[in-house]
Design a protein around this ligand. Structure first.
Ligand SMILES: [Zn+2]
Length: 278
């Protein structure tokens, strides 16, 4: 039996949000067993919180948002959630004084290092795992995301981008905490150079810069060097791990993703949640 875990002591991280560009402080606190992952906005009157296990997720295709009701939310939660998955944290409370998690370096590594520095404490209750009994999928004309029953958490992801600097990239592996820390957590968020301006005009990426985002030109990232030759596909795997951890507990499944992004990821998470409630 695997036990539930929380962090050994509280800590905080600070930085600007990738989308809003606003500076935010995120405080992380240990939680009791079976409490799950809780996000709390301290800047809203009375302080509003949501628990991932009984969550409502808002639709979006550029980042993942958790709704608090009345139009309030926390966005860009996927990188911290991937780090929590990687550290095996089941119970934690994250308190924010803004609407978006800090971007840090655009990957999950800053969150993972802070969690490890705080220490990880085993609790006595057994860990809840989501097991998939039947295939579930979400798709549109260009993308597909499917999960299938399996004894291990294995992800295969095919990325295809109409840019010579990215092109077609494929990553496939059984995922465990060690592999996550070395091969996935350091992979940073990215966009195409020609996308960057349009995104800014739509109000996205106000906190994005050439350090926390790989802005891909035809021959590679602008003013930056890749941490892995296939860093973009590894970041898509990171996002997928984080989005699946919106379930608030690890999933044991075979995951096949073709050009899947947050919108499809969240559609599938919703389908899994409906199955859990049945
Ligand atoms: Zn991401």
């Amino acid at each position: 039996m695997e036990e539930q875990k929380t962090i050994a002591k509280d800590f905080f991280l600070e930085g600007k949000g990738l989308q809003t560009g606003k500076s935010v402080k995120a405080f992380f606190y240990p939680e009791k067993e079976n409490e799950g992952i809780i996000f709390r906005r301290t800047d809203l009157e009375g302080g509003t919180s949501v628990r991932l296990k009984d969550l409502s997720i808002l639709d979006t295709d550029r980042r993942s948002k958790i709704g608090f009701g009345q139009g309030n939310y926390v966005e860009t939660v996927e990188h911290v959630l991937a780090a929590l998955w990687g550290a095996g944290i089941d119970n934690i409370r994250i308190e924010l004084d803004g609407s978006e998690m800090p971007a840090l370096d655009g990957s999950a590594v800053g969150f993972l290092e802070a969690i490890k520095k705080s220490g990880i404490r085993k609790q006595s209750a057994p860990r809840e795992v989501v097991e998939i009994k039947e295939p579930l999928w979400a798709e549109d004309e260009k993308s597909f995301l499917g999960i299938f029953p399996s004894n291990a958490f294995k992800v295969s992801y095919l990325l295809e981008y109409p840019s010579p600097a990215i092109g077609r990239q494929f990553f496939s592996s059984v995922l465990d905490p060690d592999l996550f820390q070395k091969e996935i957590a350091p992979a940073r968020t990215f966009c195409l150079k020609e996308e960057a301006e349009a995104l800014l005009k739509q109000g996205y990426g106000r906190g994005a810069d050439l350090e926390n985002t790989l802005v891909m030109d035809t021959d590679g990232p602008m003013d930056n060097t890749l941490r892995f030759a296939d860093e973009p596909v590894r970041h898509k795997v990171l996002d997928l791990i984080g989005d699946l951890y919106l379930l608030g507990r690890p999933i044991k499944a075979r995951v096949i993703a073709i050009r899947s992004g947050h919108r499809l990821n969240l559609e599938l998470v919703r389908k899994v949640m409906v199955g859990l409630c049945r």
